[in-house]
Design a protein around this ligand. Structure first.
Ligand code: HAM
Length: 426
């Protein structure tokens, strides 16, 4: 029987890569919490309707990319993104009654049935924030500033912040008409996708790579913005300038989800190419709450692809090196010392050391080689003589020196023997 393989487009995540992964998540949490954002978790499985109404029928995500199925009477979908679920959760729990805005950060797996390729997966992960309950250009600036600060702390620099304003509902309706009027005479020469977009989602015409030359001459969204939207966007740009952030105004940035209004942004990176150049995206979604059946509640947020962040950090040489798996291995010389080895490990772990216990019955040589591969700075050998004497033999893996240490002294001996970089608590 052939071994079972993983599902296409759904990568595994294993050590040592998990170390960079953990650091990224910790750093995102730290950065977001410095701005007063708190952790939120919404389920991976939601009602299909949440995304059909939220992300929008006519978008690629809803039309082609959702993993959906029927269970009993429920039509369910593996979440393709996090915003709709977080908003549903926050408004459903009335969080916005007490705190306006409520500031939330989140992390988790998302699912899109896209064609897998470099940096594009069917299961991928996002870290993101949502600030729900306030319409303020200053909040837009805060969210972007937080995102850029996180990238900087991660060590990623070769980025451009692309920004646009999608205006309000009336502005977009006006713009939609202008786009249809521009594209309709060219309908015959459009690709099949764009002919469909012309009917269901004209804004997405601007995104098409094949029909890009036509998009060059298309009317600009900016020219359809009303005075209120223009002034709002002006305040956002001013705030970004004051924060030392220089965005590129991109008139064709419309984003792939329907819920956006006013400020929309993406960060692109040189190491990501083609359709996968966005490191993250976000924007304001003041109409989304109503679309989901809640009372109108403005919001803004971003989400970043974790796999893309790690790929880019590696390309820039900013990926952190993997730490060792443990500080020391406690080794039972024969299986008869297994209980004694486990007992010796307990106070060491209680002292904050990372300890692997090896009670296997293999030869000493391969076991020392494994301790080396785990990155252990010391191996603590517990044999019959050591048990009788209440001691252990401690082998320094760098110098190969071996010394006899009383079990009662073991924790402090290991602490001082370890190099500062391997100490948990210097
Ligand atoms: P999005 O642009 O669809 O926005 O996705 C955000 C990020 O997730 C992308 O920039 C990319 O880094 C990553 N991503 C998306 N699809 C894939 C994929 N197939 N494989 C790997 N990475 C991927 C959203 O999801 C919105 N919810 C963002 C947002 C939050 N807007 C407001 N708040």
């Amino acid at each position: 029987m052939p071994p079972i393989t993983r599902v296409k487009g759904m990568p595994d995540l294993l050590p040592p890569q998990t170390a960079a992964w953990q650091r990224l998540h910790a750093l995102h949490t730290e950065t977001a919490e410095r701005y007063g954002y708190r952790l939120a978790e919404a389920p991976v499985l939601e009602r299909t309707e949440l995304f059909v109404r939220g992300v929008g029928a006519g978008t690629d995500i809803v039309d082609k990319e959702m993993f959906s199925f029927q269970h009993s009477d429920d039509q369910l979908t593996l979440r393709p993104e996090g915003t709709a679920g977080i908003l549903r959760a926050a408004l459903g729990a009335n969080l916005v009654q007490d705190l306006r805005p409520i500031r939330l950060h989140y992390a988790g797996a998302m699912f899109r049935a896209e064609r897998p390729q470099a940096n594009r997966f069917r299961q991928f992960h996002q870290v993101g924030v949502e600030a729900i309950g306030e319409r303020s250009a200053h909040l837009d600036v805060e969210v972007i500033e937080l995102a850029m600060e996180f990238l900087r702390e991660l060590g990623i620099s070769d980025t451009t912040l692309q920004i646009n304003s999608l205006g309000d509902r009336e502005d977009r309706a006006r713009y939609r008409e202008a786009l249809i009027a521009y594209y309709a005479p060219h309908e015959a020469q459009l690709c099949a996708d764009c002919r469909r977009r012309l009917r269901v989602n004209p804004l997405r015409l601007l995104d098409c790579k094949r029909d890009a030359p036509l998009a060059e001459g298309a009317p600009r969204l900016e020219d359809s913005l009303g005075d209120g939207s223009t002034a709002y966007f002006g305040t956002v740009l001013e705030g970004l300038d004051a924060a030392g952030i220089e965005p590129v105004r991109n008139h064709r940035l419309v984003r792939g989800l329907d819920y956006y209004s006013d400020t929309a942004f993406e960060v692109w990176h040189g190491a990501l190419t083609g359709a996968q150049n966005a490191l993250f995206g976000g924007g304001r979604y003041d109409g989304l709450a109503e679309e989901l059946g809640f009372r109108p509640t403005p919001g803004i947020g971003y989400a970043m692809g974790v796999e893309r962040l790690l790929a880019v950090a590696e390309a820039e040489g900013a990926a952190p090196s993997a730490p060792s798996a443990c500080d020391a291995v406690v080794l039972a010389l024969t299986p008869a010392q297994a209980l004694a080895a486990a007992a010796a490990a307990r106070p060491l772990r209680a002292a904050g050391l990372r300890i692997v216990v090896d009670s296997s019955d293999r030869k000493l040589g391969p076991r020392l080689a494994m301790a080396e591969r785990l990155g252990a700075a010391a191996v603590v050998i517990v044999g019959p003589e050591e048990v009788a004497a209440g001691t252990a033999s401690v082998r320094d893996m760098r110098t190969r020196d071996q010394s006899t240490v009383a079990l009662t002294e073991l924790a402090s001996h290991l602490r001082s023997a370890l190099t500062p970089s391997q100490e948990k608590d210097p």
